[in-house]
Design a protein around this ligand. Sequence first.
Ligand code: ATR
Length: 271
Amino acid sequence: MPDRYAVFGNPISHSQSPRIHALFAAQTGEEMSYEALLAPLDGFATAVRAFAMSGGRGANVTLPFKEQAFCLATELTPRAKAAGAVNTLSFDGTALRGDNTDGAGLVRDLKANLGFDIAGKRVLLLGAGGAAHGVVLPLLDEQPAALTIANRTEEKAFRLALAFAGRRGTLPEACGFTALTGREFELVINATSAGLSDTALPLPPRLFAARGLAYEMVYGRETAFMRQAHAAGCRVADGLGMLVEQAAEAFQGWRGMRPATGPVLARLKSR
Ligand code: ATR
């Protein structure tokens, strides 16, 4: 029997993770299976325990269960603690180890795939929900000149920035969208869920620096944010690379080897 892995979410049928991990397994010759499992909205913990009891070795966790996975884990990596959420579980006897590979996936996509060096850059993070929370510390670790967190509900941006005060020297700045007028950033990351409903964010026109990068965490569609950035003449990337890189980081944690992500990303982009 190959080692079993899965991704839990609700909904889950759209998930690309089974395909990505199948490509990683084929590439590395690892004997493993990876399936998408729909957990009931009120039954995540039960579903995870049942999977572990039936021989599951590890699992990815996606919306809306990342915070529940954080609470369920019996051990947390420092980056999972900082994110307040878990997207990767490893089952080891009675221990349930929780990790968060999202931030590392974003940073690796930016640096290795897109050739964008975050160090010394003015970075704007749009949103203050779960997706934003998961990437603040890995971004700070890259030592940007400044990290600004802007959110529709300003107070949530302040709370998120405060949670990371003094963590890495640079204190994130927080504001609402109107305070962005007249400001310019070399990297703008959309971590809001506005792209899922194709809603345009009220962004001022000169927000995107020339030769900057606009990064949309949503993938598989052109969002209003991506169109805004294109119209401003900015280079634009979607979140497909982050998806593949966070998966590679999870795979490495489980199997002890890092798959090559370039060919997998190319395969996903080709269809
Ligand atoms: P996720 O885990 O995807 O981050 P979330 O925790 O519900 O989901 O957070 C959603 C984020 O997208 C929030 O920052 C939210 O802003 P508010 O805190 O003001 O609600 C942001 N968001 C969602 N739809 C938006 C919209 N139409 N315009 C601006 N921000 C939006």
